[in-house]
Design a protein around this ligand. Structure first.
Ligand SMILES: NC(=O)c1ccc[n+]([C@@H]2O[C@H](COP(=O)([O-])OP(=O)(O)OC[C@H]3O[C@@H](n4cnc5c(N)ncnc54)[C@H](O)[C@@H]3O)[C@@H](O)[C@H]2O)c1
Length: 444
């Protein structure tokens, strides 16, 4: 089991009663019911009332992080498709930050439509931490209701989801909402300082880049007797492309995002190789266990990207940039070449944060500190655009790898392949999608 930043999975074995309900996955039920709810925040004193949607490992962590990020923050509502997830999340949060938890039973919502109830509650800061397949609809509903949002990455799993997020981004901008996203390296002092060096020309022009997330296996939940297709896929969501996007999207997005950040651009096309060589058993659904993608930016610069989830192999979670005047190992905050440089906490000049060390050590807290500060200052930050682009970068890599074709940005963006079912029912038949086969799987 990995110990990386991306897994704080809290396991719960108790089987809870599932209410049979159907929910439209693509739609705007909450939006149309609530209409326009203005987000008004006078500078200084407003209470942040967190509504958590998706009460698993990261959602629980993000709620705690938000509470620790600033004074005047409390958790007021929770939603999950499974009651056991709410119970264990609440138990952990009460232990960690009990005095800031105000979630009575009538604000604990269970089911496929539970997200709508949190969005309709008195929460004014919505945390979205479900599997990413649901993100576009949850994001759209929260923005339609005029709520400020912290959304985990990635923001979608397919082209239609990405297009929806771009529309939602425009809507959030129009409404002046604050939207933070879970690409937390943007709030980690060493990364911020290193990227500042890159943008100031410390390695000259970037001529090549690489991005890796190579690691061992992660959690898996084999199917239990009595689980319907949907319950199993939701509990074991990582292994189904409609929920997870595959690991290039779900996890490797962090590294792709760093290179896009350095390039101030997204790639325009790519070619990829990959497959599932080790994780072939039924519990591994339909996703791959390795990808290697050659991305090309508009200026001709290539990024070599790799991600792997296979045990007993060479591991690396890293980003590197070769420039005309030097080389940067981004994740180590070092530059060699004409202007050697290394980040240390002494290079704190000009970074307007109360504790540089916290900003380095606790990016998961800092991202909320920054977001909440922007809300209270009446200058809401909106980080959606770059994260949507990084999401599409990863989706384009998956599409190229699954099909074996060269895929352009436009093809990925305009893809008509909608992976997420239009509606969900606990008892529906939901066959596992076929494993993609390069040369046979069509580009759609
Ligand atoms: N930024 C980071 O470093 C980081 C780290 C970990 C996870 N994440 C992201 O956070 C998200 C959640 O990951 P996790 O590790 O917490 O997974 P998890 O399985 O622990 O939690 C997901 C939770 O969402 C619930 N859920 C599923 N569908 C739902 C729906 N439609 N409505 C309400 N609840 C629903 C599940 O029951 C579960 O409790 C993912 O997008 C993941 O990529 C980001």
């Amino acid at each position: 089991m990995q110990k990386s930043e991306d897994r704080k999975e809290s396991r719960t074995t108790r089987r809870d009663f599932l209410k049979a309900s159907t929910v439209a996955v693509v739609g705007g039920a909450v939006a149309s019911r609530l209409g326009e709810v203005p987000a008004v925040y006078a500078a200084g004193s407003d209470e942040i009332r967190v509504g958590l949607i998706g009460c698993g490992g990261r959602g629980t962590g993000a709620a705690e992080d938000a509470i620790k990020a600033a004074p005047g923050v409390k958790l007021v509502a929770m939603a999950d498709v499974f009651k056991d997830k709410i119970d264990s999340s609440l138990e952990n949060l009460k232990k960690a930050v009990g005095d800031k938890i105000d979630v009575p039973e009538d604000r604990q919502f269970v089911g496929l439509d539970a997200f709508e109830k949190v969005i309709s509650s008195n929460a004014n800061y919505i945390i979205l931490a479900t599997p990413p397949g649901f993100r576009p609809i949850h994001l759209k509903a929260a923005v339609a209701a005029g709520k400020n949002i912290f959304s985990e990455k990635p923001l979608a799993v397919d082209g239609p989801g990405v297009r929806s997020c771009f529309e939602t981004y425009e809507e959030a901008k129009k409404k002046g909402l604050a939207v933070g996203v879970g690409t937390q390296r943007h709030h980690q002092a060493g990364y911020v300082a290193t990227l500042k060096q890159i943008h100031a020309g410390a390695i000259g022009d970037i001529v090549a880049a690489r991005a890796y997330w190579n690691q061992g296996p992660i959690w898996v939940f084999p199917r239990k007797e009595g689980w319907t297709d949907l319950e199993w896929q939701l509990r074991n969501w990582y292994y189904f492309t409609w929920l997870c996007g595959d690991h290039i999207v779900e996890q490797h997005i962090h590294n792709l995002d760093v290179v896009n950040w350095a390039m101030k651009a997204h790639p325009v096309q790519c070619v990829g190789l990959g497959g599932r060589q080790v994780r072939t058993a039924p519990e591994y659904g339909c996703i791959y266990d390795h990808f290697a993608v050659d991305y090309e930016y508009e200026n001709g610069v290539h990024m070599m990207s790799m991600c792997r989830q296979i045990p007993n192999c060479a591991n690396s979670v890293s980003e590197a940039l070769q420039g005309t005047k030097g080389f940067c190992q981004v994740n180590r905050y070092t530059i060699t070449g004409a202007k050697p440089w290394k980040y240390s906490t002494r290079s704190r000049e000009g970074v307007p944060y109360t504790s540089e060390q916290d900003r380095e050590d606790q990016p998961y807290v800092q991202e909320h500190t920054d977001l909440i500060a922007s809300i209270r200052a009446g200058k809401p930050e909106n980080e959606l655009k770059e994260c949507i682009e990084s999401t599409l970068t990863a989706i384009m890599g998956r599409m190229a790898t699954y099909t074996g074709k060269q895929v352009t940005w436009e093809e990925a963006l305009n893809s008509q392949e909608s992976l997420v079912p239009a509606s969900l029912d606990w008892n529906m038949s939901l066959p596992v999608a076929p494993v993609a086969m390069p040369g046979q799987t069509e580009l759609r």
